[in-house]
Write a protein that binds this ligand. Structure first.
Ligand SMILES: C[S@@+](CC[C@H](N)C(=O)[O-])C[C@H]1O[C@@H](n2cnc3c(N)ncnc32)[C@H](O)[C@@H]1O
Length: 367
């Protein structure tokens, strides 16, 4: 069977019918089709992501985006990585607007796409959008992290929400040699597009490398557990809790994506935030790390060759980040794409340059 011609499919399936009347672009202000139809149409036609739901649909101040129509060029990139054939059976996780579901349904033989959306309101809206475009959808309301055994085995599983842990259920429900494509990140840095191939021996493991950079919203149950800003507030109220030292490690490489990605593999549950305080004008800032129990801060001053570090709690988080950074440098500063993940019935592990190069998590062993 021949490969899918995505140019034709994209031409036949525009995203406009799937976009709700109210969207958010890069500002907090909603863009409403009724009050500003031209700006709405321009945004829909542009190669940008459109947030389509805030705060899981709750009334409120628009605190966090909870669903979106992804950037069209990124949707295309992911479909290219998925490498589907028209006869493939595909499980999609995170239906959202239903546009990606429509692209898949148009490319594949009828009835070969199943899509799962955790939010019932969004799932119903996506179904409505798909029916209006003459596509008969198979949309299920549920937790995509469980997959959908009723439709297995699949040739492909594609997620459009980010996970910190790839569920083994996905590997179990894909045929040997089949592909799982998912955004993947750590609390430290969320930027990996992971492509796993399920083992041909049928032992249920799946393994593969990161193939690109994406930034998707988290699967609902894998969202971050705490907000560093609140945590930092507590810390400031108790400055005496800190162990103070100085380091010559410049904190600026934190924020560089490949360094952050690699540090995040060693400190997966640690969050980081940068705060520009009174010294902002002079380029000064404080970098915070926390895992909900321990915290660390480092003060950056331009031109300085030594930086003050404060650490508190059971872990020396800045020391751990420094060690992870040094290890990454000693490996030759490899990009994200030289890393990968293996998923087994007993959990996942991350690796560098092949599944045997398992990445250490947590503090380095004392020599
Ligand atoms: C980036 S949006 C999806 C974009 C969508 N593919 C499109 O083309 O419009 C991510 C979606 O994943 C959904 N989601 C989050 N966690 C989920 C889960 N555990 N299972 C299924 N869907 C989930 C969100 O509600 C959201 O609609």
């Amino acid at each position: 069977m021949t490969a899918v011609c995505w140019d034709h499919v994209f031409a036949a399936v525009p995203r406009r019918p799937y976009i709700p009347d109210v969207v958010w672009t890069d500002s907090d202000q909603p863009l409403d089709r009724k009050t500003d139809p031209e700006a709405w149409a321009d945004a829909v036609a542009a190669d940008i992501p459109l947030v389509t739901q805030m705060d899981d649909g709750a009334d409120g101040g628009g605190l966090f985006p909870s669903s979106s129509a992804s950037m069209p060029s990124l949707v295309r990139l992911m479909l290219d990585h998925l490498a589907v054939r028209p006869d493939h059976r595909v499980l999609e996780l995170g239906t959202g607007t239903g546009w990606n579901t429509a692209l898949l349904a148009t490319a594949l033989t009828e009835g070969k796409v199943i899509s799962i959306e955790v939010d019932p309101v969004l799932a119903a809206q996506a179904e409505e959008n798909l029916f209006a475009c003459d596509i008969e959808p198979f949309v299920i309301v549920g937790d995509g992290l469980q997959g959908y055994p009723g439709g297995a085995p699949y040739d492909r599983v594609v997620a459009t929400m980010a996970v910190q842990r790839v569920p083994y259920e996905w590997a179990e429900q894909v045929k040997p040699g089949g592909v799982i494509l998912t955004p993947w990140g750590t609390a430290f840095h969320n930027s990996g597009l992971l492509r796993l191939v399920v083992d041909g021996d049928g032992d249920g493991t799946a393994s593969g490398r990161f193939v690109g950079s994406v930034n998707f919203m988290w699967a609902r149950s894998q969202r971050r557990r705490f907000d560093t800003r609140e945590f930092v507030g507590d810390v400031i109220a108790d400055p005496d809790a800190a162990r103070v030292r100085h380091t010559t490690t410049d904190p600026r490489p934190l924020g560089e994506e490949h360094a952050d990605f690699a540090i995040g593999l060693c400190l997966p549950e640690v969050e980081q935030r940068t705060y520009f305080g009174r010294g902002d004008a002079a380029g000064e800032y404080t970098q915070w790390l926390s895992d909900g129990q321990s915290w660390a801060s480092v003060d950056y001053k331009p031109g300085a060759d030594s930086f003050e570090v404060n650490e508190s709690g059971p872990r020396d988080l800045w020391a751990e980040a420094e060690t992870a950074f040094e290890e990454w440098r000693n490996r030759g500063e490899p990009p994200r794409e030289q890393h990968g993940v293996t998923v087994t019935p007993n959990g996942q592990w991350t690796w560098f340059d092949g599944p045997t190069g398992r990445v250490r998590i947590g503090p380095a062993p004392v020599a």
